[in-house]
Design a protein around this ligand. Structure first.
Ligand SMILES: [Zn+2]
Length: 264
């Protein structure tokens, strides 16, 4: 494995960071959450996945490695508040915090910022931050909450509507850190909704918001019993590969070539 000093910003000295940022103007910012993930996965599941994905993507990109910024640990998780251990910040706070981190990164020479988001509840706040960073600095900012590989991951998973602590997240945890997956593994928990547009696993669904405890006693949306380490390995490989394709493409092009340049 490549030395941490080649990709993890916080492990570089200031002169080392100066050299690195001159060699590569792409940064990855992991955004996580601290929230319940059923009785079998730990509270840091989204945080760990986002950080680990940034690490693996940066390494997969090869030299010069995109810089991985320290992770934003807390997310917008109030919908899980009924379950012990969940900690949450407001969308306004997360958005503002990430906006300021992004503007600061731009002042340090980052021209393309990829926010790697491990938690669906963060999406509106992070997209707002991305808009604000772009508007005031002119740099490229995007938010990936799995969009680069969702189609591929869904093709591996068997469960329809596997959104939270289900087959996908449990499989990936079994692959990445099996020692942290508890033996008690809930079965299928996907609610039946009265309207097609409310089916989160469907292709015609609208975003909606509700407390998780209203439709899942154990805090699961999906089927953890279908999870295996083998599926997790396949899912993880495709997530790393697809996101690395995007990041390499950004690394090799100027903002002008990407046609994303804009006067700040
Ligand atoms: Zn999660």
């Amino acid at each position: 494995m490549s030395d941490e000093r080649h990709w993890r910003l916080a492990r570089m000295t200031s002169p080392e960071a100066g050299e690195r940022l001159a060699a590569c103007d792409v940064a990855l910012l992991p955004a996580g959450a601290v929230e319940q993930h059923g009785p079998h996965l730990t509270l840091d599941t989204d945080l760990y996945h986002a950080e680990r994905l940034c690490r693996d993507v940066s390494l997969a990109c090869g030299e010069p490695h995109p810089v991985v910024l320290p992770a934003i640990p807390f997310g917008v998780s109030y919908h899980h508040d009924d379950f012990p251990g969940t900690l949450s910040v407001s969308a306004e706070t997360l958005s503002r915090y990430v906006t300021e981190v992004g503007r600061s990164a731009a002042r340090q020479g980052i021209r393309k910022l990829v926010i790697v988001n491990g938690h669906g509840g963060n999406v509106p706040a992070l997209q707002t931050a991305a808009q604000k960073i772009h508007r005031t600095t002119g740099i490229f900012v995007c938010v990936d909450t799995g969009e680069t590989s969702d189609v591929d991951v869904a093709a591996i998973a068997e469960t329809h509507g596997d959104i939270h602590a289900g087959e996908i997240e449990t499989s990936e945890a079994l692959h990445l850190r099996p020692e942290d997956v508890r033996d008690e593994r809930p079965g299928l928990s996907v609610p039946r909704f009265a309207l097609e547009a409310l089916d989160e696993g469907g292709e015609r669904s609208v975003p909606w918001f509700s407390r998780t405890s209203r439709f899942s006693r154990q805090g699961v949306l999906g089927d953890p019993s279908k999870a295996t380490a083998e599926k997790g390995m396949l899912m993880w490989e495709v997530e790393v590969r697809r996101l690395a394709e995007l990041v390499r493409g950004l690394r090799g092009r100027s903002l002008e070539e990407l046609r994303l340049d804009e006067d700040a």
